[in-house]
Design a protein around this ligand. Structure first.
Ligand SMILES: [Zn+2]
Length: 190
């Protein structure tokens, strides 16, 4: 299952191979453009500097919240307040409409659009995940160089890496080398 909030969180990209390279993809118009398209959202690009700062602040709050959830700790009240503020950006109300078959239906309407609506949707996606899913499935990759956020859909919830073939293999190789080194140093110590 794909999550809007997780895609957004991962705009804070780190090189999983350990080069130390890190990219704030919120600053990249190309990334933002494909992010909006993928989630069928509309907002003006390039985003203004005020919007960029607000997006970054929301992401930082959500990142700290994710770390708290992963560590099974209580959320910081400031972060919770920031998320609730983002949720309040897009108040919606029902509207009665007639349909073609002579019946009636209700549709949720939101008077705001653009980046405000995008931020509210991101916050809503995160809130939905925490409320309606098992929070133990929200994880951060165990590779300290990567720290990619993901939703663990495995049956036993035992996934430790964002990707077994990439971070999983890399960490196994690292552990193997560390053990070899330990063995060698023990040998030479004798
Ligand atoms: Zn990873």
């Amino acid at each position: 299952m794909e999550w809007l909030c997780i895609d957004f969180l991962n705009s804070d990209w780190r090189d999983w191979r350990g080069s130390g390279r890190r990219e704030n993809r919120l600053e990249k118009a190309e990334w933002l453009d494909s992010f909006l398209q993928h989630w069928d959202l509309q907002a003006p690009l390039p985003a203004g500097s005020k919007t960029c700062a607000e997006l970054l602040a929301l992401r930082e709050s959500m990142r700290r919240m994710t770390e708290s959830v992963v560590r099974r700790e209580a959320l910081l009240s400031d972060d919770l307040a920031a998320l609730n503020q983002a949720l309040a950006l897009a108040p919606s109300h029902p509207q009665l409409l007639e349909d073609a078959k002579g019946g009636y239906r209700l549709e949720e309407r939101c008077p705001v659009g653009g980046w405000e609506l995008v931020m509210a949707r991101i916050a809503r996606s995160f809130a939905d995940l925490l409320v309606y899913e098992e929070v133990s499935r929200l994880k951060i990759c165990d590779n300290p160089d990567c720290q990619w956020v993901y939703f663990d859909e495995s049956r036993n919830r035992a996934r430790r890496w964002c990707d077994d073939k990439m971070c999983g293999n890399l960490m196994k190789v690292r552990r193997f080398r560390e053990r070899q080194k330990e063995k060698e140093s023990r040998k030479s110590g004798k």
